[in-house]
Design a protein around this ligand. Sequence first.
Ligand code: FAD
Length: 307
Amino acid sequence: MHPLRTLILAAGANDAVRRLVATAPVARDVVARFVAGETADQAVTVTRTLVDGGLSVSLDYLGEDTTDRALAEQTVQSYLLLLDRLHAEGLAGHTEVSVKLSAVGQALDERLALDNASRICAAAEQCGTTVTLDMEDHTTTDSTLRVLAEVRRSWPWVGAVLQAYLRRTLDDCVALSGAGSRVRLCKGAYAEPEGVAYADRHEVDLNYVRCANALLSGNGYPMFATHDPRLVSVISERALWYDREPGSYEYQMLYGIRPDEQRRLADSGEAVRVYVPYGEQWYGYLMRRLAERPANTAFFLRSLVGT
Ligand code: FAD
């Protein structure tokens, strides 16, 4: 892993850096580029604009690594409130929610995370929308896939996320490529040991393509989450090869990243979903985005020192 990336991911766990970022007014403007706001109202406003522009949305109420039952419950309540709002605003048909199991109690007890995720899935079903379970660091992969298998018994449309940087992921893609399955394929955003993950970017990209082939050749609904222009063009070529019509798979990108490309793909008839994070716990998310791209980091650091 690039040393700058390692450093920024470490800063993500540092309280002094966290306080500095949270209190620097200009930095908050930079945060707004990647995060829709701190409230459900702000998230709904951003969602409306994206949906009016022909894009679908997946909303993420920010938060992770909860070791407090009350906080896990608060996260569930935030999702229930959000789902109500999306339904009331007529947006549910174009949106879904993304849920991190670590935010709803996975570190405390897998059963608690399963129960909480199930409550969110039941509410999503009532509102006419769907849920995808985000994937976190590799120590949680087995647990997340177990919870996924459980919730899919009642809600078979619940989506999974698989990370191309993990050596295990091609097997997981094959296992989850059947009819009814929804799989988001991303490169992976955490600092992982080399024993479990490819360290070399080229190897990650190669594995992404192998995994994309496995998903496109199956009967499920693949969701390709990447901003990488090379991968986007490989996927569109592979989709043709596998006779996949636009709409039988989708592209996903993060809010604030390559918005012109999001619109270009949508205008060309592709299904495109934008991942929109919101909530007060934006810090860890922001650090992962900065770690991915030195240009973002330089821009952000300049805003912290006010130049
Ligand atoms: P990168 O290797 O970061 O970038 C490749 C190329 O994309 C760059 O060289 C550049 O050309 C272009 N690019 C990237 N960023 C920019 C930018 N800001 N501006 C202009 N061009 C840019 N990770 C997880 O671990 N778990 C998850 O559940 C998860 N969910 C995700 C959901 C969505 C919808 C998306 C898009 C990503 C998700 N990720 C998740 C993050 C993902 O794993 C990567 O860390 C992240 O997407 C960066 O990888 P990339 O494929 O965009 O390629």
